[in-house]
Design a protein around this ligand. Structure first.
Ligand code: SAM
Length: 284
């Protein structure tokens, strides 16, 4: 029996840090998560007023919050296999004019920060005038190197073409207060595990189970942790009815497609200069 077996396809209720500390090392292939953002819950949460969790008060002193996030990230690193990645969704926050950037604590962890992806959600929650509307969140691609090689494997062209700006609206058909949309973990899994036949995918703040449902639909195993029994029960329900979400996953899969790779296009003289490419057009 493999050592990862006891954790395969489990949703575990508990405090993430404590649960991770009890797990053996090198059991996870890939992880995706969105943690609580420490949004203080003043006036029911300054970030988005409806985001108030069932079993968790999102109100730590900022220093303590960042320290705890670093500890969680280092535990995830420990249980991830070498060559494995972790995608961490967060955002830039301001409290009384002071900016808190996820890189403030990411740089203190063991992970190699491979990329900062902008998720343009195309809508803003709050409309206040101190700065331009913040419509974006960030997704950090964190990598556990094999030896000294910080580069890791190359992405396939069909996945690399997704660019470092992901533009799509957030999820709104879900009773959880802050779910991410299923295309997000789907994009990560398709891009990072294009050929693998088996893998175990972790979400240490699994909430309504979006990562687990995406993993199951794509034929992989999952492991989820959340403090809230209520959210985990909803996640179990989603996992039972997982086929009803197949269409959304297939929609994401359908855009992971190129007729010709970058290399072939260059070789055949089909390479378009940046200025002709609508992706790079600028306002003049
Ligand atoms: C942003 S939500 C994740 C939502 C998830 N991505 C989804 O699609 O439903 C953060 C989750 O962290 C959970 N949480 C907060 N503190 C926790 C802790 N100390 N240990 C485990 N889970 C925690 C909350 O219950 C919440 O479900």
């Amino acid at each position: 029996m493999s050592k990862m077996h006891p954790y395969k396809n489990q949703l575990i209720q508990g405090d993430t840090l404590a649960v991770l500390k009890g797990m053996p090392e090198d059991i996870i292939d890939l992880g995706i998560t969105s943690p609580p953002y420490n949004k203080q819950e003043k006036n029911n949460g300054w970030l988005v007023s409806k985001v108030v969790y069932a079993d968790y008060k999102d109100v730590l002193p900022e220093k303590e919050y960042q320290k705890k996030q670093s500890e969680v990230l280092d535990e995830v690193y420990r249980i991830t296999k070498e060559g494995g990645s972790f995608f961490y969704n967060h955002k830039i926050r301001w409290v009384n004019g002071e900016m808190f950037h996820p890189m403030d604590w990411l740089r203190k962890t063991k992970w190699v920060v491979k990329q900062e992806i902008i998720w343009d959600r195309t809508i803003a929650g709050n409309i206040r005038g101190w700065r331009f509307w913040q419509v974006e969140e960030r997704v950090y691609w964190l990598y556990k190197p094999i030896g000294d090689d910080k580069k890791g494997e190359e992405l396939q062209s069909k996945d690399a073409k997704m660019t470092s700006v992901w533009r799509a609206v957030p999820e709104n058909h879900n009773p959880h207060p802050a779910p991410f949309p299923i295309w997000l973990p789907t994009r990560v899994i398709l891009s990072l595990l294009p050929k693998q036949k088996s893998a175990i995918i972790l979400d240490p703040y699994v909430g309504s189970g979006t990562t687990a449902v995406a993993a199951k639909l794509l034929g992989f195993d999952y492991l989820g942790i959340d403090i809230s029994q209520e959210y985990l029960e909803y996640a179990e329900k989603r996992l039972k009815e997982y086929k009803s979400e197949l269409e959304k996953v297939e929609k994401e899969r359908s855009i992971h497609f190129v007729k010709k790779s970058f290399k072939q296009r260059k070789e055949e003289g089909l390479y378009q200069a940046k200025t002709n490419n609508p992706l790079f057009r600028v306002h003049k």
